[in-house]
Structures are given as structure tokens and as C-alpha cells.
Design a protein around this ligand. Structure first.
Ligand SMILES: Nc1ncnc2c1ncn2[C@@H]1O[C@H](COP(=O)(O)OP(=O)(O)O)[C@@H](O)[C@H]1O
Ligand SMILES: Cc1cn([C@H]2C[C@H](O)[C@@H](COP(=O)(O)O)O2)c(=O)[nH]c1=O
Ligand SMILES: [Zn+2]
Length: 199
């Protein structure tokens, strides 16, 4: 699998395609998204970046990684708004895609069919280990999916799961290290068993 995109044709030539960067929290999705978008800007491409307006964790306007890398973005409430901002655009970046409606799948297909390179970052699974929002559909239509991993906070192996450490059953609960920890499959299953026993 090609983990990081360094393909000259994909990066600098006008050709519609969909790239998905997915994984658990703290796996480097936003950093990788920002890296690809900054490279597109160096290549003098016209770039537009979107995030869900509900994601006000680090900034209302910018896309910001856990390591404080940042890039300016347009916060929007609905995936349909993306089409209003993307005439004359070469590359579209979307962060926290799991929070968008399912209409995002059609929007991304339309953009790619019109020659736009679409780069999407999002959580593939919620805290219950279930597929999150439009992410499975986006993975299905993507030309390339990069699954990235955090480091398990309990054993140091690669982590694919986001364990919620506070009591809440809502699917959407914004948070960082005070609310979530990335865990590998073994440590996640153990933590879920412990959570059940502590109810
Ligand atoms: N357990 C962890 N494993 C890996 N990176 C971590 C961990 N905890 C904190 N980080 C930090 O998170 C950064 C990745 O942040 P970010 O790109 O925002 O991730 P994501 O968008 O996937 O949540 C890493 O560079 C590192 O500084
Ligand atoms: C697992 C999980 C996460 N969230 C929230 C928590 C954060 O605000 C974002 C994920 O951000 P990151 O850039 O991937 O670290 O999503 C949630 O609402 N529900 C969940 O199940
Ligand atoms: Zn582990």
C-alpha cells in the first residue's frame, strides 16, 4: 500500500480522484491531510478546505492537528455547501468527514467527475467500533484509501480504535486526550469489558 501520496501526476496534474485518509483518533489523519494540501498549494493549485461547523475544538475557522499544524478552512453545516464554493477549484480538502451527512458521498463523486482532486480525512469508526457517518461510503468510492494508525496508549502497538474514557452514549462527543485514548484491538476489547464491569 502507498501510505503517503508522492505521485507527481496525482499531485500536480488536473485529474479527478478521491483520496480518503482514515483511522482512529491521534493517528495523524489531519497532519497527512494538511501535508497533501500544502503541497498542492506549492504546486500553485487552487485549493479549498472544508470542515464541519460543529468542530470547534481547537479553532472555529482553521483545520488544526493535535500537534498544532494548521491550515485555513471554511466551516460548513451541510455537504451541499461544498458545491457552492468549488467552481474553479483544483483540490478540495475535507476534515472530520465523519460528522457530515451522507450527501457528502455524492458531492465528492460529482467533484471528482468534474476533474477535482478530493482529499478526505475522517474517523472510520466511532467509540463503539461501528462505522462512522459517511466514512464507509466514502471509502467505497475512493480511488485510494490510506489507513493510518496511532500508538496504543496501553501497549505501544498500532492502534485502530478510539476508546472513550468518559461516560456518554452519544455518538457525537467532541474531545481530545481527556475524553479518548487510541488503543489496539486487544487493549480496546479489554477496556470495553472493564467499562461494562464498572457500570
Ligand atoms: N497515542 C498517540 N499516537 C500517535 N500520535 C499521538 C498520540 N497521542 C497524541 N499524538 C499526537 O497526535 C498527532 C496526530 O494528530 P492529528 O493529525 O490531529 O491526528 P488525527 O487527525 O488522526 O486525530 C501526532 O503527531 C502526535 O503528536
Ligand atoms: C471516537 C469518537 C470521536 N468523536 C469526536 C472526538 C473528536 O472531537 C473528533 C475526532 O477528532 P480526530 O481529529 O480524529 O482526533 O470526533 C465523536 O464525536 N464520537 C466518537 O465516537
Ligand atoms: Zn494495545
Amino acid at each position: 500500500m502507498v501510505l503517503f501520496s508522492e505521485d507527481q501526476i496525482h499531485e500536480t496534474k488536473m485529474r479527478g480522484r478521491i483520496e480518503v485518509i482514515c483511522g482512529s483518533m491521534f493517528s495523524g489523519k489531519t497532519e497527512e491531510l494538511i501535508r497533501r494540501l500544502k503541497r498542492a498549494k506549492y504546486a500553485k493549485q487552487r485549493v479549498e478546505i472544508f470542515k464541519p461547523a460543529i468542530d470547534v475544538r481547537y479553532s472555529e475557522e482553521n483545520v488544526v492537528s493535535h500537534d498544532s499544524n494548521t491550515i485555513a478552512s471554511t466551516p460548513i453545516d451541510s455537504s451541499a455547501s461544498i458545491l457552492l464554493f468549488t467552481s474553479e477549484i483544483d483540490v478540495v480538502g475535507i476534515d472530520e468527514a465523519q460528522f457530515f451527512d451522507d450527501g457528502l458521498i455524492d458531492v465528492c463523486n460529482q467533484l471528482a467527475n468534474n476533474g477535482v482532486r478530493v482529499i478526505i480525512a475522517g474517523l472510520d469508526m466511532d467509540f463503539k467500533g461501528k462505522p462512522f457517518g459517511p466514512m464507509p461510503g466514502l471509502c467505497a468510492i475512493a480511488d485510494e484509501v490510506s489507513k493510518v494508525h496511532a500508538i496504543c496508549m496501553k501497549c505501544g502497538q498500532l492502534a485502530s480504535f478510539s476508546h472513550r474514557t468518559v461516560k456518554s452514549d452519544k455518538q457525537v462527543l467532541l474531545g481530545e486526550t481527556a475524553e479518548y485514548e487510541p488503543l489496539c484491538r486487544t487493549c480496546y476489547n479489554r477496556a470495553i469489558e472493564e467499562d461494562k464491569n464498572n457500570l
